[in-house]
Design a protein around this ligand. Sequence first.
Ligand code: MN3
Length: 244
Amino acid sequence: MNRRKFFKSAGAGASLFLLTGNALLTGKEIIKSETMEQMSTSKILFPALPYAYDALEPWIDARTMEIHYDKHHRAYYNNFVAAIKGTESENLTAEEILKNVSRYPVAVRNQGGGYFNHVLFWENMAKGLSTPSSEMVKALESAFGSYDRFKELFSNAAKTHFGSGWAWLYLTTDKKLAVGSTPNQDSPVMDVSTIKGTPLLTIDVWEHAYYLKYQNRRAEYVDNFWNVVNWQEVEKRYRKALTL
Ligand code: MN3
């Protein structure tokens, strides 16, 4: 993940300097929802939504996006930061923590997973229909038989997952494309997950992700999700995951 993305929303008047990797950022570049104390120690930051609340209309409505991002995701973020504050893990990235989440209290699994999964989810959606490149289609055909078969498998994983959770396209640790789902806020990056690997594409199937617009019609929400998939982002993750 490009950490610079987290610094899009500039807070005014801050004079703090923050060293992240090789980049020295002035306080003016730091997202305004952070407190100074958190900024000075944590790599875990609340990202700006990469588009407007209404960008994914009519498939995902603006009111759902606003509540989902500003209430649900923000709460996961705040609770995750609180759960690791003052521990030796507070200077790690979310992914570094989640990879060893079995060593942490369950709050880190739930809140950290909620924080991490939503960041991926926002980024793997975008305004306007996109299609996978011919290279990506070939990779999906090779793994699943056809592009349509991949969509069917992913959609079915999302539609049939019992209760709250997430469906995934991910690259397994032996570099194979795979589809699956996880309960609650679990993620394939977690050592406790039943499916393990690098996430490429995900859909949130918690009711809060679709209930205002679709009520009990999860299948309709899942079918419409294909209208907002950001294939550029998915392929970026895929190319990177192949090199890990
Ligand atoms: Mn959610």
